[in-house]
Design a binder for this molecule. Structure first.
Ligand SMILES: *Cc1c(COP(=O)(O)O)cnc(C)c1O
Length: 227
């Protein structure tokens, strides 16, 4: 089933790239494995998936230990005091959303003599339940973070409001793309746009996503996470 799902998702991504005239571009498929056990992560890796996403550090750390060769993406809300742990295990943090966290990542990156590769999470819809900067705060935030030598901002991330209708996500994704254009400048290449989940990744690719974060369309429906 996983193999079939993966084939279908890849096909949809390819078709969306074509429709958008982005034919030769590639989209990074991040397989979201929250609540998915190690055996199925192994299956996914055997099918050629290399990028995996987790939203909770405690759940993720044992999986990272088991599969150190996969590229792990941190996609959930990151507590400031967990910055070091996230930094050492994850390739890319999609959820940089406040300066305090950026400063902490800088500090930890110095300590481990590494770099913190991040995307800035933007809360475009303005929903209270979602993390992320308001779009209007983004320019000043990027300016402030550019002073942190070891925090490398590689792009933007957003989550669209939950809806049955993927078309409702389109304006949100379009806005993130506009922000990418408006905020990129020499020395700050916001290359990555992480947008789109199972319900709306096709629309996201049409609107310019370079990374999609897909869980249930690959692994099937999941039970709610506890805690
Ligand atoms: C769970 C999650 C996803 C994937 O959700 P699906 O609807 O299962 O594809 C994507 N992004 C974030 C931030 C998530 O927490």
């Amino acid at each position: 089933m996983l193999a079939e799902n993966l084939k279908a998702v890849r096909k949809e991504i390819g078709a969306a790239l074509e429709r958008a005239g982005r034919g030769p571009e590639k989209v990074c498929l991040v397989a979201v494995t929250k609540t998915v056990d190690a055996e199925r992560i192994g299956e996914a890796a055997a099918l050629g998936l290399k990028d995996f996403g987790e939203n909770r550090l405690q759940e993720a750390l044992p999986k990272l230990k088991l599969f150190p060769r996969l590229r792990w993406h941190f996609i959930g809300h990151l507590q400031t005091n967990k910055a070091g742990e996230a930094l050492t295990g994850f390739e890319l943090i999609h959820s940089l959303d406040r300066f305090r966290l950026a400063r902490r990542l800088q500090h930890q990156a110095e300590r481990f003599d590494t770099e913190a590769r991040c995307l800035v999470q933007v809360n475009i819809s303005g929903e209270k339940s979602k993390h992320g900067l308001a779009a209007g705060e983004l320019p000043d935030f990027l300016e402030a973070v550019s002073d942190l030598s070891r925090v490398r901002v590689e792009g933007l991330m957003t989550m669209a409001p939950w809806s049955d209708d993927p078309e409702e996500a389109r304006p949100v994704f379009r806005r993130l793309k506009e922000l990418q254009k408006a905020c990129s400048r020499p020395g700050l290449a916001l290359k990555q746009l992480s947008m789109g989940m199972s319900g709306d990744y096709i629309v996201a690719v049409e609107e310019g996503a370079t990374m999609v974060r897909v869980g249930s369309s690959l692994f099937g429906p999941r039970l709610p996470q506890r805690g």
